[in-house]
Design a protein around this ligand. Structure first.
Ligand code: ADP
Ligand code: ZN
Ligand code: ZN
Length: 744
């Protein structure tokens, strides 16, 4: 581990440092370190001129006091930190990520520290104190001014003085000018104080209920783990079994003992009220959602680093939170593929959490109603401790799932998505003023542009994927590169009339308004929503009962807790089955069980209708009875037989180039080199090169090579330090994805 950052001798005079730049390059570069920048320390962020045109680029000092070579060196342009942002364990973690996920060290480090950190001074806010007696308040004439003083008086009575200027304006309705004029008269006093997190007072809401027996048992086991250093606990609790409550109490133990905790959640969960409710139960929480500005993110980061924030809740990147008194990491919904980043560094938030915990000697809890087969396998191998919450809280029944075979459900010749059974149950639920969630399990459920005469299909020129028509914009869009085009008026191949073919989400909206004209339908998918605020608005409206039917993609399956939902409909369970990936069955099973879990969380029992063309598919059959064990028992032997995860680790290489021949030649070259490299490693098997599932994306042709390794990290160890030479020899871009979660 040392050796990565060598703190050798020689501080002082203008020296030479090695810098890992934030770019797709596989080695560090030497720069002059001007004496005026103070002492060079490994881990400092700097700006350096880099590449063509000497663009100012972020970098990290990774080696100091280097010998000066023959070449004239460029100079470090700016030093960005007083002290390195990442200390020991996080630096070590960066080195591990760079090696294991085969990502450039500079890019890895840059992903760990929010860009705006250090760019802003400590923010301050204006606060207002009362500076007069109650008698004086009454003597003030202006009604606005009076209200201001009364508000402040009330605040003093409640012991919450001073109020921030913002709060005071909000409560009193007075303008800033009014408030300033009161200060001018000496009736109130304005002051500035550094901004801190809202909850820094450490107040928490009281526990709303006692843990049940299952929860108490799980908590006791986790508490036991808190004393024992590093260890992984897999908490397998059915939907609605109260896993969150267990996390809250375990985190509180850590905080009460003076430690800090990190809770990783799927991105979409950060847009829900559930999370806010949870945050109110914990003292001094920093929530890192994607709606934060750069400055706010930097601010939270600093609060964590300074130890003011004791709990961090956030998506995968929160695993890098600079908590120096880390005592626990919890990964909720650990099976979520969203924990894997799909750009470099291609790390898996859950697995990095486990690595970090092992480096820092603290426990990790992974929670899910449908644990990934990787985690289950690890538990069975004895590497993780398994805890279960087999029942819903308050003895609520699991929702009842019913299969609706589309072949029999839809009248022949009709283009319909909602079959007879689902329609009937929706009518009943809506009559009873209950709510319905409908899952369309893929984005771009939309319409392909298709010629029924000659079979021509509109494809993206750059990606060779079908383009999809969106009613809202009236344009055709490629979901891989976002390229848009006009809808052709006729088939460019034969001139005949075109058909919009597919199960467009717009089409289902049309069907809903025909069948349930009274129902208020809200739609949630990443095509119509771009900001967390928009998601939040839909969730809030649904929670407030302003919406009857929530229609959406995978997002509606994740961790929502709405007690009035009694019916969940899966429009078609089949689309997830058809993705070209060995995890297709697992995804289908997870999706159905997770979305079914949204039903019947209140007083009334829940029902789920799963529509399908393939009623005998095992993934669907096991999901119908919430039979996770059964699914695992059927799926694992298949995986073992073909030699895919969790029985082996995969490393995927993509070779891409704008020219097909260069990509193909590069892939062949790389495969040759890799074959020689793994010759002495019988535990590594190589498949390929072959065309990637999606052959062309964003104008780049793609070939893939898959390596299956009996043990994790062996291939990466062989690649360590080789990537620079390799990319030169291959002559095309190499993308390495260790433990890929998607094989598109
Ligand atoms: P999960 O994450 O396992 O799906 P949640 O943690 O969301 O389940 O809990 C489901 C609901 O049950 C929540 O509304 C939660 O507040 C409530 N709950 C959790 N534990 C208890 C308990 N011991 N008694 C009563 N209600 C509980
Ligand atoms: Zn495209
Ligand atoms: Zn045609």
């Amino acid at each position: 581990m040392t050796g990565l950052f060598d703190h050798s001798e020689g501080a002082g005079a203008a020296s030479v440092v090695a810098v890992a730049v934030n770019a797709g390059v596989w080695k560090s570069f030497d720069y002059l370190w001007p004496a005026g920048l103070g002492e060079a320390v490994a881990g400092l962020r700097v700006q350096v001129p880099f590449g063509r045109g000497d663009r100012t680029t972020l970098g990290f000092v990774v080696g100091t006091a280097r010998p000066r070579g023959e070449r004239t060196l460029k100079s470090v342009a700016r030093r960005l930190d007083e002290e390195p942002q990442l200390d020991g364990p996080l630096m070590e973690l960066a080195g591990w990520i760079a090696r294991y996920y085969v990502s450039p060290l500079g890019m890895t480090l840059a992903a760990m520290v929010p860009a705006a950190v250090g760019r802003h001074e400590q923010r301050s806010e204006a606060v207002v104190y009362l500076a007069c007696e109650p008698a004086e308040v009454r003597s003030v004439r202006g009604p606005k001014q009076r209200t201001v003083l009364e508000e402040l008086h009330e605040a003093r009575r409640q012991g919450i003085e001073p109020l921030t200027l913002e709060q005071l304006r909000h409560h009193s309705g007075a303008s800033a000018a009014t408030i300033r004029s009161l200060a001018g008269k000496g009736l109130i006093r304005l002051a500035a104080r550094p901004v801190t997190l809202e909850q820094l007072d450490g107040q928490v809401e009281p526990d709303p209920f006692e843990l049940n027996e299952d929860q108490s048992r799980a908590l006791a086991a986790i508490e036991g783990a808190l004393a024992g250093g590093f260890g992984v606990t897999l908490l397998h609790g059915v939907t609605g079994s109260g896993k969150t409550e267990v996390y809250v109490r375990a985190i509180r133990r850590v905080v009460e003992a003076g430690g800090q905790a990190i809770l990783l959640v799927p991105e979409i969960a950060l847009a829900t009220q559930t999370l806010e409710r949870l945050a109110r139960r914990l003292p001094r929480v920093a929530v890192l959602h994607s709606g934060l500005t750069g400055a706010q993110r930097a601010f939270h980061y600093q609060q964590i680093r300074d130890g003011h924030a004791s709990t961090v809740i956030g998506p995968r990147s929160a695993v890098f939170a600079p908590a120096r008194r880390l005592g626990l990491i919890v990964v909720d919904e650990e099976h979520e593929s969203g924990y894997k980043q799909d750009t470099a560094p291609r790390y898996h938030g859950r697995d990095v959490a486990i690595k970090r915990a092992s480096l820092e000697g603290v426990p990790v809890v992974l929670g899910s109603a449908t644990p990934s087969l990787e985690s289950l396998h690890n538990a069975r191998q004895g590497r993780y401790k398994l805890l279960t919450l087999p029942r819903r809280i308050r003895g609520l029944p699991m929702p009842v799932l019913q299969l609706a075979e589309l072949r029999k459900e839809i009248r022949p010749g009709r283009v319909e998505l909602i079959g007879r059974t689902l329609e009937g149950k929706m009518a009943t639920a809506l009559d009873r003023q209950e709510q319905v969630i409908l899952l369309m399990n893929r984005r771009g459920y939309a319409s392909y542009v298709f010629c029924p005469s000659c079979q021509w299909r509109m494809e993206c020129d750059d990606c060779t994927r079908p383009m999809v028509f969106h009613q809202s914009t009236g344009l055709v869009t490629c979901h891989y590169c976002q390229a848009t085009a006009d809808l052709p008026t006729a088939c460019p191949a034969c001139g005949k009339k075109l058909l919009l073919f597919g199960l467009g989400i717009q089409r289902i909206e049309g069907e809903l308004s025909r069948k349930f004209p009274q129902a208020v339908v809200a739609r949630m998918d990443s095509d119509t929503m771009t900001s967390p605020k928009q998601f939040r608005r839909v969730f809030d409206d649904f929670a407030a009962g302003k919406v009857d039917v929530l229609l959406g993609t995978q997002m509606v399956a994740k961790g929502l807790d709405f007690p009035k939902v009694t019916l969940v409909g899966v429009i078609s369970a089949d689309t997830a089955l058809t993705i070209p990936d060995f995890r297709a069955s697992e995804r289908t099973f997870q999706l159905i069980v997770q979305v079914a879990g949204r039903a019947g969380r209140g007083d009334r029992p829940g029902e789920v209708v799963v529509q399908t063309w393939h009623p005998t598919d095992p993934a669907i059959q096991f999901a119908l009875t919430h039979d996770y064990e059964g699914f695992a028992a059927a799926e694992l032997p298949l995986r073992e037989a073909v030699g895919v995860p969790p029985f082996v680790r995969m490393v995927r290489f993509l070779v891409r180039h704008a020219r097909n021949d260069r990509a193909e030649a590069g892939a062949a070259k790389l495969a040759g080199i890799l074959r020689r490299m793994i010759a002495p490693m019988p535990e590594v098997r190589l498949v390929g090169p072959m065309r990637a599932g999606v052959f062309k994306i964003r104008k780049l042709f793609r070939f893939e090579i898959l390596c299956h390794c009996a043990r994790g990290g062996v291939l990466q160890a062989a690649l360590d330090g080789q990537m620079h030479d390799l990319s030169i020899q291959v002559g095309a871009e190499i993308v390495v994805d260790a433990d890929p979660v998607s094989l598109v």
